[in-house]
Design a protein around this ligand. Structure first.
Ligand SMILES: Cc1ncc(C[n+]2csc(CCOP(=O)(O)OP(=O)(O)O)c2C)c(N)n1
Length: 497
């Protein structure tokens, strides 16, 4: 290492420490290979990495600026910078060295250590943030017996609801293919995120969904008939047929209605959480969104707003690798979503979204912290969207079949949870067959019933926004009625005019 650089005690202390550091080459036991998210790579030892472009060159031949201590304009690893800041703090505590570098800037938010070393924070951290899991791929607990947290009753309900979600999705999807409903979107591959996160919340917690979280509503008691009524847009649908299928909502279940524009729910969630705070309620808000949602300004506004206002909201990001055909590599270059939490001053964790017990325990803990500390929490759940984005999509056009198969078979969250439940002797093949037959019958019945209901009357299209509808709405209504009279064949016959 070149010796002509003047160093502060702190920096040399830090370098000495790092020289002794083992290299980060020890590979983790298993690496989650989320598409596009390359596994932690082997790094050379620290002593090699801190070499400068000038190392080995005679000082006499160095350009003049090097003597002015502009020793490294290369970006440093975040961890390295933090260690260095710590070392500076240690030095400040230790002695009354009057070196410039041992001074601090007393700045709003806390003291900032000075350094004479010009260094940029690296664009990527050395190691990717690890992914918390409880069960291994074979449904075997990794460290401890989790049955204390999730007892038989809870586990069986979680498993039953995951299977119900799977069956409901499969049949509703087919119903769209048969032309009975106009649109559908499944949560295939994300059943654990849906059900396990819902199980960790209480009914008082307010949910603001994106759209792939209908399992949360299922968990809260929304019936298969209610789901079918919404998808068929019949007269008992709470939205009175004015929304596309899958735009569920329920006041009774504290579940805000799905709204299509991505990420708009996030600043709204913070507002809802702030109102819980003002009312001193022992509840929080759970706001769900996909990786694609994080490219919207509302994501950033929402997180910052929550951090500054200290709102009890849990942001649950389903990072499933794809936003329709846009891969996460085209969406962001950060280590996923979890690292954004710290940037906004929000406690964060990355969780294996295909491990129901990990999702359950992380959301439960997050809920406790959000309410006790009155602060937001960010959870990034790594998973994969096994189904097409929706019935309007064919995902085989932009992603390989074997990738889909891998996640569908080898990383299936429902199969994994079933293995754990069976291992505890809480489930068996007989119960499995009964459950699947029973749910299948119930879903088919719900569809048949929903289909028989009339559609809501045309007049409903113009209600419920204004207490007294303004004149322009009256005009639009009469124009529509006139048009239907003139072109009756262009309008559905089952809508009472
Ligand atoms: C503001 C806005 N832009 C674009 C769209 C079109 N759109 C609908 S879903 C979607 C992808 C969202 O992906 P992601 O958030 O990752 O959720 P996922 O579907 O993967 O669960 C897009 C771009 C939209 N609905 N709203």
């Amino acid at each position: 290492m070149a010796t002509w650089f003047r160093r502060t005690r702190a920096v040399s202390h830090h370098l000495r420490r790092n020289d002794k550091c083992p290299s980060s080459s020890s590979s983790p036991r298993a690496i989650l290979d989320l598409q596009g998210a390359s596994a932690p790579v082997m790094q050379p030892p620290m002593s090699v990495r801190i070499r400068r472009a000038t190392d080995g060159i005679s000082p006499a031949r160095l350009p003049i600026f090097s003597a002015k201590r502009f020793e490294s304009t290369r970006a440093e690893k975040h961890l390295q910078l933090l260690q260095e800041a710590e070392a500076v703090e240690d030095d400040l505590d230790d002695d009354n060295d009057d070196d410039d570098d041992a001074q601090v800037l007393d700045f709003p938010g806390g003291k900032v250590a000075f350094t004479s070393k010009m260094q940029f924070i690296s664009e990527s951290s050395e190691k990717r943030v690890p992914c918390y899991r409880v069960l291994d791929d074979y449904g075997q607990p990794i460290e401890y017996d989790c049955s204390a947290q999730v007892n038989e009753e809870l586990a069986v309900k979680m498993y039953t609801d995951m299977v119900t979600l799977q069956i409901m999705d499969a049949i509703f999807y087919e119903a769209q293919r048969q032309g009975r409903i106009s649109f559908y979107l499944t949560s295939m591959g994300e059943e654990a995120i849906n059900i396990a996160s819902a199980a960790a919340l209480t009914d008082d917690d307010v949910v603001l969904p994106q759209y792939r979280e209908h399992g949360v509503l299922l968990w809260r008691g929304f019936t298969l008939q209610e789901f079918a009524n919404q998808c068929f847009g019949n007269k008992v649908d709470y939205g009175k047929g004015r929304q596309m299928p899958i735009h569920y909502g329920s006041n009774k279940h504290n579940y805000f209605t799905v709204s299509s524009p991505i990420a708009t729910q996030l600043p709204q969630a913070v507002g809802a959480a702030y109102s819980l705070k003002m009312d001193k309620r022992s509840a929080c808000v759970a706001a769900y969104f996909g990786d694609g949602g994080t490219s919207e300004g509302d994501f950033h506004a929402g997180l910052n707003f929550a951090a500054v206002m200290e709102a009890p909201v849990i942001f649950i990001c389903r990072n499933n690798g794809w936003a329709i055909s846009t891969h996460i590599r085209e969406q962001f270059r950060s280590d996923g979503i979890v690292v954004r939490g710290q940037a906004y001053g929000i406690r964060s964790i990355r969780v294996d979204g295909n491990d129901a017990l990990a999702v359950y325990s992380a959301v439960r803990e997050a809920r406790e912290m959000a309410i006790k500390d009155q602060k937001p929490i960010l959870i990034e759940v790594l998973t994969y969207r096994v189904g097409h984005h929706s019935t309007s999509d064919d995902s085989t056009k932009y992603r390989p079949m074997d990738e889909i198969e891998y996640w569908k078979m080898s990383r299936n969250p429902v199969n994994r949870f079933r293995k754990w439940v069976e291992r505890n002797m809480w489930w068996d093949d007989k119960r499995e067959a009964e459950l699947r037959n029973n749910i299948r019958t119930q879903v088919l019945q719900a569809i048949q019933t929903a289909e028989k209901y009339e559609k809501p009357p045309l007049s409903e299209l113009f209600r419920d926004v204004y207490e007294t509808p303004p004149s322009n709405l009256h005009e639009q209504e009469s124009q529509l009625r006139e048009t239907i009279k003139r072109h009756p064949k262009d309008y559905p016959l089952d809508v009472p005019v």
